[in-house]
Design a protein around this ligand. Structure first.
Ligand code: HEC
Length: 149
């Protein structure tokens, strides 16, 4: 938990600075017109179905999961976290997330719940958009491009 808190605080300064930008982008009709704001459902029919919620990534290393995750990432996450997950500085660089099982669980929670504090949406919640399979496909993709800071 301590490690996680430290990891977050590094991201916090920039997150606070861009909060206004992120919320604006999210609520702005002009931006929605570009079609990249509405969360995109992810087709997971090519992945082995899961028999229930997992706390660690069941697809790690699975090439189909990585491919699906890559596409899902570029459609749903890249506008804040950067194309190919190379952060442009407005949200944490997700290539740096540790690849361990503890971070699998943290990742899932973050994607489902987003980051919403004091009524400000720093990151939207995706729990109603993504099935369990889609979350682990995203995680598989990010683990496959993991980089040390
Ligand atoms: C509207 C911009 C936005 C979008 C879209 C977005 N995020 Fe985020 N994300 C952020 C911000 C800003 C933070 C830092 C949040 C904070 O301050 O707690 C963050 C934090 C995270 C974290 C925690 C990182 C850490 O270092 O602790 C993860 C994991 C994450 N996002 C994954 C995703 C994934 C996967 C997607 C796509 C499904 C996504 N995000 C879409 C803005 C966004």
């Amino acid at each position: 938990m301590m490690i996680r808190t430290m990891f977050k605080s590094a991201a916090l300064a920039s997150a606070v600075a861009v909060a206004a930008v992120a919320t604006f982008a999210f609520n702005s009709p002009a931006v929605s017109a570009h079609g990249d704001v509405t969360p995109q459902a992810v087709d997971v029919s090519h992945l082995p179905p899961l028999d229930g919620p997992k706390t660690s990534n069941p697809y790690v290393g699975n090439p189909d999961a990585i491919k699906i995750g890559s596409s899902a990432f570029n459609q749903n996450c890249a506008r804040c976290h950067g194309l190919g997950a190379v952060s442009g500085g407005i949200a944490p660089d997700l290539r740096y997330l540790p690849t361990d099982a503890e971070t699998d669980e943290y990742f899932k929670g973050k994607v489902q719940g987003g980051a919403i504090r004091n009524g400000v949406t720093y990151m939207p919640a995706f729990k109603d958009v993504f099935k369990e399979e889609a979350i682990w496909a995203l995680r598989s993709y990010l683990v496959s491009i993991h980089t040390e800071p």
